[in-house]
Design a protein around this ligand. Structure first.
Ligand code: MG
Ligand code: MG
Length: 268
């Protein structure tokens, strides 16, 4: 069932989104060679709890972290650990969420530790750009797969043939972290549920440099590329409002990210 939020509920979700945005900012600032993903996890948890919120990943189907920390060929769902340290040139995807006053938020970013190779820099840019292309279609009057199609079009527009991870995708979000509808990162436009004010979605492309086939590790969580190629993951939670998309987990509401698409985001 698709949950449609009132304007007031979306305000509450914005407050939750800003907590997640702050947690990701804090973790990102701590990324450096030698830091463990366990330390990054503690930074996120501290930030979320000091804001009066609760980490929504922690305990989710038994997950032991506040963040998912996925390195290099790990696509999503990496488990943070004090024994896993970052090295120069690693890519780390930080996925994080919070629940505040009963409302969930969910966001992810991939960053390179230190200097990025040209290939990694492009992978990250392509993935982030495809997320913004999808967010730009979070407009009342459209259909769900307009978003999926925009994400895919953005990725396939590049000369290098990037992989789009199958099956995994975005989702509705609200009083639960994962709600209907599922948002694929590919597909024909113009299908699926109508996009209406009050619909809130997490849009999250997962892109690989090589083949998009994935496997789950024996830990029951970590999703890796089968060919060992590197992956990237970006995510924002966005509300469809009468005034346009409101990117709840972006500190500026999505203004800067959506401007290149000619879309005016609500800023606050
Ligand atoms: Mg997420
Ligand atoms: Mg998500």
């Amino acid at each position: 069932m698709i949950q449609i939020k009132t304007a007031h509920e979306i305000e509450l979700m914005r407050a939750s989104g800003l907590v997640t945005a702050g947690a990701i900012r804090a973790v990102r600032a701590a990324v450096r060679p030698g830091v463990s993903t366990g330390e990054l996890d503690a930074i996120a948890e501290d930030h979320i709890r000091s804001a009066g919120a609760v980490p929504n990943f922690l305990g989710y189907h038994g997950f032991t972290g506040t963040i998912c920390a996925s390195i290099n060929d790990e696509v999503v769902h990496g488990i943070p650990s004090p024994d896993r340290t970052l090295a120069e040139g690693d890519n780390i995807s930080i996925d994080c969420g919070a629940v505040l006053a009963g409302w969930h938020s969910d966001s992810a970013v991939t960053v390179t530790v230190g200097e990025a190779s040209a290939g990694d820099a492009e992978l990250l840019a392509v993935t982030e750009q495809s997320m913004w292309a999808g967010l730009a279609k979070a407009i009342a009057g459209g259909r769900l797969t307009d978003i999926s199609h925009a994400v895919e079009e953005s990725i396939v527009a590049h000369e290098h043939r990037y992989g789009i991870v199958d099956h995994y995708g975005g989702h509705g979000i609200g009083t639960e972290m994962h709600q209907d509808p599922h948002v694929l990162n590919y597909g024909r436009a113009g299908r699926g549920p109508k996009l209406v004010p009050g619909l809130v979605l997490a849009i999250e492309p997962m892109v690989t440099i090589g083949d998009p086939a994935t496997a789950e590790l024996d830990d029951g969580w970590t999703v890796v590329t089968k060919d060992g190629s590197r992956a990237a993951h970006f995510e924002h939670s966005v509300a469809i409002t009468p005034e346009g998309p409101w990117v709840l987990t972006a500190e500026d509401g999505g203004v800067a990210g959506l401007a290149p698409f000619g879309v005016t985001a609500r800023s606050q």
